[in-house]
Design a protein around this ligand. Structure first.
Ligand code: CU
Length: 76
């Protein structure tokens, strides 16, 4: 059985479809990631992966795309 999990990250600064594509492209390159879904309105990136994603690798990918991972997803 393949382990499947979804992890939601809050990302600041995404404003349009171009941002969505940039983030999706970079995060998709992270090892173990099988799918990336960006919700612009909610400013979240949902990462589907085979195992728990490397938080540093995800943060680096988002940084590489030019956006900022929010450390406080619960904040208003
Ligand atoms: Cu944009």
């Amino acid at each position: 059985m393949v382990l499947h999990m979804e992890t939601t990250y809050s990302v600041k600064g995404m404003t349009c479809e171009h941002c969505v594509r940039a983030v999706t492209e970079e995060v998709s390159k992270v090892a173990g990631v099988t799918d990336v879904k960006v919700d612009l309105a909610a400013e979240t990136v949902v990462v589907e992966s085979e195992s728990k994603p490397d938080a540093e690798a995800i943060a680096a990918a988002i940084d590489e795309a030019g956006y900022e991972l929010s450390d406080s997803p619960a904040a208003p």
